[in-house]
Design a protein. Structure first.
Length: 320
């Protein structure tokens, strides 16, 4: 019971950005657990921390692979293009050929606890690989889909399917098939808002941009950002906010309201969430806005920017 409480404490402290207390709680779990299984919840928090710190992506990647290997999922040390293409073609045929959307929806629920844990870690490894080791991204997505087909469907299965859709776009340039598969993943997810948040970040932020007008996608990304915050998915919210900022910047959004959005986003991250990677990722956008506006220094520290300013900026943007 005490290990579970320390694991829960670490999760709460991570959500609040209190990393020092989080690490103390994690140490209590790792130093006192008698079984590998007792450390898994704490290990998910540690992996999330490592991948969002900004300078620990390599460590996060290695740590994640160590955990999933103990859960029975191994990956080649140096995958070549031939392995990736073969795996993607086989998995694509698996879900678009013999298994159409209706059959995917009728798959039984996953009951194997080890595979469920593996799926949870593989979902985090998707994010790590997209940030740092992109060659592994399609392999991890394919593995999640294959596990789901063999052992049953779980909440993270739809994320794996959406990630396979993204891989079809980025690896094969198959925009139509990726677009269709992303829609299928959202349909299968149904009304589960927490799962939909992750899927919609991938779909709206990285797939639909190739098929739909950006003006239609930016409001959807804002909706996903707000929904993620509502359901406590802080990392997904920040990732969606970053995608929105980049898409908005490079498609010519009005600088004055946009600069206030970015400034408030960065200030909230700095004061509340304390995800260093998000600050590093958005610093180029903030600096770009400063240069285009003819000002010097980062905009995000301006004390006059408030929630009311953001609301006004959004209303002005919607009316243009």
């Amino acid at each position: 019971l005490s290990l579970e409480l320390f694991s829960q404490s670490a999760l709460v402290e991570w959500a609040l950005g209190n990393t020092e207390q989080m690490m103390r709680s994690l140490d209590e779990v790792f130093n006192n657990a008698n079984r590998f299984e007792d450390t898994l919840r704490a290990a998910r928090v540690k992996l999330a921390y490592l991948r969002m710190t900004g300078n620990c992506l390599a460590e996060a990647f290695d740590y994640g692979f160590q955990v999933v290997e103990q859960l029975g999922e191994t990956f080649p040390a140096t995958p070549d293009n031939g392995i990736i293409v073969q795996e993607m073609l086989g998995t694509k045929q698996l879900v678009t050929g013999s298994l159409n959307e209706s059959k995917l929806k009728s798959l039984p629920e996953m009951t194997d606890s080890t595979k469920m844990e593996a799926m949870a870690f593989l979902e985090q490894m998707l994010i790590c690989s997209y940030q740092s080791q992109s060659i592994y991204f399609p392999l991890i997505a394919c593995r999640m889909v294959r596990i789901s087909v063999q052992f049953g469907w779980t909440k993270t299965s739809c994320v794996g399917l959406a990630s396979l859709a993204l891989s079809l776009v980025t690896v094969f340039g198959d925009f139509s098939e990726g677009y269709s598969m992303a829609k299928t993943s959202m349909s299968i997810a149904g009304s589960d808002k927490r799962v939909l948040c992750s899927i919609m970040t991938i779909t709206y932020g990285m797939i639909n941009i190739w098929k739909e007008p950006i003006q239609a996608i930016l409001p959807q990304l804002k909706d996903v950002y707000n929904m993620s915050l509502k359901y406590g998915l802080i990392d997904n919210a920040l990732g969606t906010g970053m995608l929105h900022a980049y898409r908005a910047f490079f498609t010519g959004s009005l600088l004055q309201p946009f600069s206030k959005e970015v400034a408030l986003f960065m200030r909230n991250n700095s004061e509340r969430h304390k995800r260093r990677l998000m600050h590093l990722s958005l610093a180029p956008i903030s600096n770009g806005i400063s240069c285009l506006c003819g000002s010097s220094g980062s905009q995000y520290v301006d004390e006059f920017i408030t929630e009311e300013h953001l609301a006004e900026a959004l209303r002005n943007k919607e009316s243009t």
